[in-house]
Every structure is written in C-alpha cells, then in structure tokens.
Design a protein around this ligand. Structure first.
Ligand code: PAF
Length: 288
C-alpha cells in the first residue's frame, strides 16, 4: 500500500533519499476526493518522472467565508487506495497546523497580481491568494522537479505558471487535459453535490462552450457570443458568474487572433461549476 506521510521531517527524508539516488520527483497537488481526472494527472507525471507524490490537503485559505470548505468531501481511505492503484509512490497529507504553523491569521500570503483579479478572482475574492500560498508551500515541502495541474482550472494554471516564472521555482509545470464524463461534463469533486435534475443539465456547460467556439469561428463578435451563451445558460436555469471568450492569457480577443479560450462559471443551486475550451480560430483547424 502507498505510504501516507503527515510529518514534514519524514517527507523531507523520503524526497532527499530519492534525489540522492538521482531520481526525478513529480507532484500532483490535490484537495482529495480523487476521481479519474486526478488519476490522469498521476499517469501523465509517471511518464515524466521516477517518483510521484500526491498531496491531499483541503486548503482553508482558498475558500471564501460563504463557500463549501466545511462540507468539501473528504475521503482519505478511498484517496489512498486510488493513488495506490494509479501507481503513486507517496501520499503527502499534512494537517492545517503543518501547512500553516503560525496559524491561519498569521500566514505569509503569496499574491499574484493582475491575472488573479479577473473572472474567478473577481467572483471569489482571495481565492487565488490561497491557491498561490498553498502551492508555494507545497513546492517548498516536496521540492518536485515537475508538478501536474489540470487544464480544467484554466485560470489557476495561468496563476501557477506566473508564480513559478516570477519566483523562479525550479519546477516544470505540466498541464494535463480535462477529463470528461461521456456526456461532456468535466470531472469535478463538486459534481457529486448535483441532484439528478442538475446532473442532467450540467453537460449543457460543455455544449455551450462548443457553441461559443463555433460562433467565434463563424465570425460572430466576441460580445455577441458571450451574450448568447449567458442568455442560453440562464434560460436553462444556471446562475451564470461569467461566460467569456478570451485570448490564452485571458486578454480581450482582437481581429486576427489565432488562439482563444472560452470560459464558463455557473451555479446550479448551491453548486458552482467551471469549465473551459481552448481552440484555434482558424476554420480549417482540427483543434478541439
Ligand atoms: O486544484 C486544486 O485542487 C487546488 O486548488 C490545489 C492546486 C490543490 C491547491 O489547493
């Protein structure tokens, strides 16, 4: 069975031994309640490194006061079994006290300016400060050569790429494709909050992203594409936080841009879902 470690001294000893042996170490940072999307991150890393560490830590600093920190699903035994089966070598499961030794009120906070102020950053104030802060700590604790992050959290990936470049972390960021259910719904631990009717509706997010892509490729103006997506999702019963088309760096699209990303965040009842679709604007392209 996979070794679960919750003490920093033990983690450091394991990592140091691997590094002394010349082994490359990969990290999959997670908040647990693992599903096939997380295991695809482990698989992608396995192809690149000699040892894979997964961290499971439900990070309090990235949840707002009215968000789902308390009810976020925690399934430690299931997670350990899944990571074992996925070929992960070590499970790093720190306590809040180990992650934030001076207490939550006294943390050193890492804030990435600019890119964190739009979209999810605007709708979830402080969220990306929490993400950047915990990812910085995880990088310092595990000292990975490579760290894998899912493309589903598009803005998070951009924030982490910025963080790594800006603070010169010697870590390669490995982006991994979105894992979807057969009906197109992006896998997420929050999908299990959905009741049967909401679950049946949720794949409309992916269909809307495809319609946004098709609209832009057909030459429709970005503002029209966004307004149509917003109206369509609202009519279906989603409470839409944003429905936007952007450049890959989340800027406004301009005529002649070759690459784009459509991004959605919408709530069904109390459950907030996000999804995105990256695509080329060239009509003949086969990019999805
Ligand atoms: O994507 C997540 O699960 C979290 O935001 C992360 C990167 C593990 C930081 O807590």
């Amino acid at each position: 069975m996979i070794e679960t470690v919750d003490r920093l001294t033990v983690l450091r000893a394991r990592i140091a031994a691997w590094k002394r042996a010349g082994l490359r170490v990969g990290l999959v940072p997670t908040m647990g309640n693992l599903h096939a999307g997380h295991f695809s991150l482990v698989a992608a890393l396995r192809a690149q490194v000699d040892r894979v560490v997964a961290s499971v830590f439900v990070n309090p600093t990235q949840f707002g006061p009215n968000e789902d920190f308390a009810r976020y699903p925690r399934t430690p035994e299931q997670d350990a079994q899944g990571l074992d089966a996925a070929g992960c070598d070590l499970l790093w499961q720190p306590s809040v006290e180990t992650m934030y030794p001076l207490g939550l009120a006294n943390t050193v906070t890492v804030r990435v300016p600019g890119i964190t102020e739009v979209l999810d950053g605007a709708h979830r104030p402080g969220h990306f400060d929490g993400v950047a802060t915990v990812v910085t700590r995880l990088f310092n604790q595990v000292q990975p050569d490579v760290a894998a992050f899912g493309r589903k959290d598009y803005q998070q990936l951009a924030v982490i790429a910025h963080l790594v470049a800006e603070l010169a972390f010697p870590v390669e960021v490995l982006p991994v494709a979105i894992a979807r259910d057969a009906d197109g719904l992006a896998l997420s631990s929050r999908n299990q909050y959905l009741d049967a009717d909401q679950r049946a509706l949720a794949p409309q997010l992916y269909r809307t992203l495809q319609a946004m892509r098709d609209g832009l490729r057909a030459g429709r103006a970005p503002a029209k594409v966004e307004a149509d997506a917003q109206a369509q999702l609202s009519a279906l019963g989603f409470a839409v936080d944003y429905a936007v088309v952007r450049t890959p760096t989340l800027g406004s699209l301009a005529p002649g841009d070759g690459e784009a990303v459509a991004l959605l965040a919408a709530r069904l009842g109390a459950t907030r879902l996000i999804d995105n679709l990256e695509f080329s604007l060239a009509p003949a392209s086969t990019a999805s």
